[in-house]
Design a protein around this ligand. Structure first.
Ligand code: AMP
Length: 245
């Protein structure tokens, strides 16, 4: 094909349509929704392999940019340290690029996205353009439990495995069970910052519960007390019901 033909608006439209049509039949977005510390990351890690889905954590992607000390990392570092949300436009673009990758074609788990109405609307357009359905699982946890959990949280800097000194301590204190690396406290898991993150959740993210309730995609799972292995069974059940619809 000549370059002129290839770049014509019609052909660009076809190329775009080809790209959007690559998703497997039945692919969908599982949105794990809930406040910081509600167990979204833990649930995603338990679900990801048997679903064959990609795990997309916007927080992890942003932390990778910070670690790489690139332009995005420099832009978001202070906001993240202070427990504030980063701009919608930035995360929307990140997610749009990420869900087009090959590992998302069977479906994907969104962990920590969307967090604002603007993000939810943008996601709605992205999914509609790709013909992909969505299931929202809201992990509901008491406020005081969240603060306790987040202050006890530790993460392996190498493999990302999450530990909790109260409910899931490592076998050797302070060391990752898999990598043996020294576990770290995320800078935004300091108590003052935790409170700010929870405030941001209340002001900007909690209202999405009504948004997803209105479109019929919201499902609640009480996640204050049960261990992750019990909660994941309920999530799997919701997935089965969603697939059977
Ligand atoms: P998380 O690991 O999901 O708790 O996210 C950690 C931090 O990354 C948040 O406190 C925000 O500063 C930023 N972040 C992650 N996801 C988003 C998002 N969807 N929108 C805005 N900021 C985000």
């Amino acid at each position: 094909m000549k370059d002129v033909e290839r770049s014509s608006p019609e052909n660009r439209g076809e190329a775009e349509a080809d790209k959007l049509a690559r998703y497997a039949p039945g692919a969908f977005a599982l949105i794990l929704f809930g406040p910081p510390g509600s167990g979204k990351g833990t649930q995603a890690k338990l679900l990801v392999s048997d679903l064959g889905f990609a795990h997309i954590s916007t927080g992890d992607i942003l932390r990778e940019h910070i670690a790489a000390e690139d332009a995005i990392g420099r832009q978001v570092m202070a906001m993240m340290k202070n427990g504030q949300l980063v701009p919608d436009e930035l995360v929307n673009q990140m997610v749009e690029e990420r869900i087009g990758r090959d590992d998302c074609m069977n479906g994907f788990i969104l962990d920590g996205f969307p967090r604002t109405l603007g993000q939810a609307e943008n996601l709605g357009w992205l999914l509609a353009a790709r013909g992909i359905g969505h299931l929202v699982v809201h992990l509901a946890v008491d406020y005081n439990k969240l603060v306790g959990r987040l202050t006890a949280r530790r993460q392996c800097p190498q493999c990302g495995t999450l530990y909790n000194l109260l409910s899931r301590p490592p076998v050797i204190p302070g060391r990752c069970d898999i990598e043996g690396a020294l576990l770290e406290v995320r800078t935004d898991d300091q108590e003052m910052v935790i409170r700010k993150r929870l405030e941001a959740y209340d002001a900007q993210t909690r209202p999405l519960i009504e948004y997803f309730r209105a479109d019929g995609s919201l499902h609640e799972v009480e996640a204050s007390d049960a261990p992750p292995e019990v909660i994941v069974r309920q999530v799997r059940q919701l997935i089965e019901e969603f697939r059977g619809q």
